[in-house]
Design a protein around this ligand. Structure first.
Ligand SMILES: Cc1ncc(COP(=O)(O)O)c(C=O)c1O
Length: 373
């Protein structure tokens, strides 16, 4: 396989659109990166926070090194659970701490699927959960998104049948960046039959208003079939520390914790303590949102002025129509060591997903795009 093809596959894998981060995809990515250190590359393909972690979190990480001889379940994980419980107004038995929300989604998929039937999720979606249940024999009913790439909630509801095992929705959505207002998603969750699990993946929810106000977390008390996944990888800037969580009714959390391969020890003191510090660092959260919004809006405007269609985004990435220039752009990206997510088949054909980096990184990308359109 030639180098160019490897680049495209690597980009798609990290876009989480066609392939989950399977070992196969990781090998491909590694092949792309072998020529240079990963840090030589400008990574605009994995929706990481270019500003994280915060100074306070770095200090906590350094202090936590001293606890490296201790297991995490005695102190750090219970403390993190207590902070998360306070943040969301839930009890601690409703929280499963995992190595990123990726792990939470995989456990949930394994436990909610019995290997038959279907799950209902948009065609443009984060795929980890569905790939897991597809592997187990379940079918993904791909619900066509609207022309503006928003999720069609009516079509989602209409697709539910007696064989449906769960409904999955990411809000804001990846890879589109689109956001469903809280009122609408609350109504949607309430309309789902009470015996049917509904998973709301809120990996990017803090980007909407910079706080918890848009989350559906308060609905957990009312809807026992609701599951929410969250992560510290995005606005908190801790993707490399692998820490996230699921919120759900205690019976599910208890069941999932027995299926958690680390047996509640899969998260280190370092990650748990970093997450606690991150939750308290409101200043960092705010500045990340301000910077990312500003850069995204600016980049999006520049592309629009060039005649490129950019879909509205409430996140740290954006989706754009790249079909007319992407073949010329790919070799330039490789030369400049810039990674973005380029779609070449299925629902992602002629679309690219670009994560928001620093102003300087976005300017570099902008100049490349200008040189090929
Ligand atoms: C919608 C969504 N959910 C979950 C994840 C998984 O993130 P992590 O495992 O780093 O928490 C991602 C990562 O990009 C994502 O986009």
């Amino acid at each position: 396989m030639d180098r160019r093809k490897l680049l495209q596959l690597g980009s798609l894998a990290t876009a989480g659109v066609f392939m989950p981060l399977s070992s196969k995809a990781l090998v491909l990515n590694k092949a792309v990166h072998t020529k240079t250190s990963e840090f030589d590359r400008i990574r605009l393909n994995a929706n990481e926070n270019p500003y994280g972690p915060s100074e306070n979190v770095k200090k906590t990480i350094a202090e936590s090194l001293m606890m490296s001889n201790r297991y995490p379940h005695i102190e750090s994980i219970p403390k993190l659970k207590s902070e998360i419980a306070k943040l969301h107004g839930v009890t601690e038995d409703m929280i499963l701490i995992t190595a990123g929300s990726y792990q939470a989604l995989k456990i949930i998929g394994t436990r909610l699927s019995n290997g038959t039937g279907n799950h209902v999720a948009p065609d443009l979606s984060f795929t980890v959960l569905m790939r897991q249940t597809e592997r187990m024999g379940c079918t993904w009913k791909k619900i066509k998104t609207n022309d503006d790439k928003s999720i069609n909630l009516q079509r989602m509801s209409d697709a539910i049948d007696s064989e449906t095992q769960f409904v999955y929705i990411t809000n804001p959505n990846n890879p589109t960046g689109h956001y469903i207002s809280r009122d609408k998603i609350v109504d949607f969750c309430r309309s789902i039959p009470s015996q049917l699990p509904i998973i709301v993946d809120e990996a990017y929810i803090e980007f909407v208003k910079g706080d918890e106000s848009e989350s559906v977390v308060r609905l957990l008390q009312e809807l026992p079939n609701l599951i929410i996944t969250r992560t510290f990888s995005k606005i908190y800037g801790l993707a490399g520390l692998r820490i996230g969580y699921a919120l759900a009714k205690p019976e599910w959390i208890e069941d999932w914790s027995t299926w958690d391969q680390g047996g509640q020890l899969g998260v280190s003191n370092l990650s748990a303590n970093a997450a606690i510090a991150a939750l308290q660092d409101h200043k960092f959260l705010k500045s990340s949102k301000v910077n990312i919004d500003k850069t995204r809006n600016q980049f999006s405007k520049e592309l629009t002025d060039l005649g490129i269609k950019v879909y509205p985004s409430w996140t740290n990435f954006m989706l754009l129509e790249s079909g007319s220039f992407q073949e010329r752009l790919i070799p330039k990206l490789e030369h400049a060591k810039i990674d973005i997510g380029i779609g070449r088949s299925g629902v992602m054909t002629n679309l690219a997903r670009v994560s928001v980096g620093t102003d300087q990184q976005m300017n570099q990308l902008l100049n490349l795009i200008k040189s090929v359109i």
